[in-house]
Design a protein around this ligand. Structure first.
Ligand code: PGA
Length: 257
């Protein structure tokens, strides 16, 4: 069954203490304002900094609806890669998801399609769930090439997977022009791209599998616009940056389904 997902991407924000307080405030808020949907139907994910992973995993243990994600992993299993983090390390913290191919990773750390395919494979091999990000730059959209670029990103890093592996993947469409800018894709623009992504999945893996895959929208999702975005038939939730750092806003987003 396709899940609804509200995922926060904290990026390089929050010290250990700040992270603890944020998680506590969100968990307390969810006790007061529980989502209408059950665990399994709706998942809440905190994409926290590496240092926060063990503590966060422990803190959410009692709540079956809340899960923890790392924001990246390295594309090698282990060895002499100073400063990097492996999927085994992430797994050992209790985290269950890994965000892969965020546009900030692609842009500032030169992550390319092959590297991301390796990360997807490693993640799945440890039974971690990849949240695979795709999305176009403004000039690509203005040139009318956004559908092609997103197609290449998905084909280049996901279409080597077999159906069993593919059905575990979560996809996040994040147009780069909407990330951190306050300019959100309109619900229509989001729906159009999500439908395009689902069509690609239908063509490659069949309708049943494609219907089961959660496709999240990311890019200036906030407490006000989440509901309208999540109402779109192919928008199964959000990957939320800035607004996931404010407990009240993130709770409102979680309760926007
Ligand atoms: P934003 O970030 O919500 O702050 O635009 C989204 C993301 O980059 O995942």
């Amino acid at each position: 069954m396709r899940k609804m997902i509200a995922a926060g991407n904290w990026k390089m924000n929050t010290t250990l203490e700040e992270g603890k307080l944020l998680i506590k405030n969100i968990l307390d808020g969810l006790m007061e304002n529980p989502p209408r949907q059950q665990a399994g139907e709706l998942e809440v994910i905190f994409g926290v900094p590496y240092i926060t992973l063990p503590m966060a995993s422990t803190m959410v243990k009692e709540n079956p609806q809340v899960h923890i994600a790392a924001q990246n992993c390295y594309n090698k299993e282990k060895g002499a890669y100073t400063g990097e983090i492996s999927v085994d390390m992430i797994k050992s913290t209790g985290a269950e998801y890994v965000i892969i191919g965020h546009s900030e990773r692609r842009e500032y750390f030169n992550e390319n399609a092959d590297m991301l395919a390796q990360k997807v494979d490693l993640t799945l091999s440890r039974e971690l769930i990849p949240i695979f990000c795709c999305g176009e730059k403004l000039e690509i959209r203005e040139a009318g090439n956004h559908f092609d670029v997103v197609k290449q990103q998905i084909e280049g890093s996901l279409f080597h997977l077999d159906a069993d592996a593919m059905k575990k993947v979560v996809i996040a469409y994040e147009p780069i022009w909407a990330i951190g800018t306050g300019v959100t894709a309109s619900p229509g623009q989001a729906q159009e791209m999500h439908a395009h992504i689902r069509r690609l999945l239908v063509n490659k893996f069949g309708k049943e599998l494609a219907d089961d895959i959660s496709i999240l929208y990311g890019g200036s999702v906030n407490a006000k616009n989440a509901n309208e975005l999540f109402l779109q038939p192919d928008v199964d939730g959000g990957l939320v940056g800035g607004a996931s750092l404010k407990a009240d806003d993130f709770i409102t987003i979680i309760n926007s389904f």
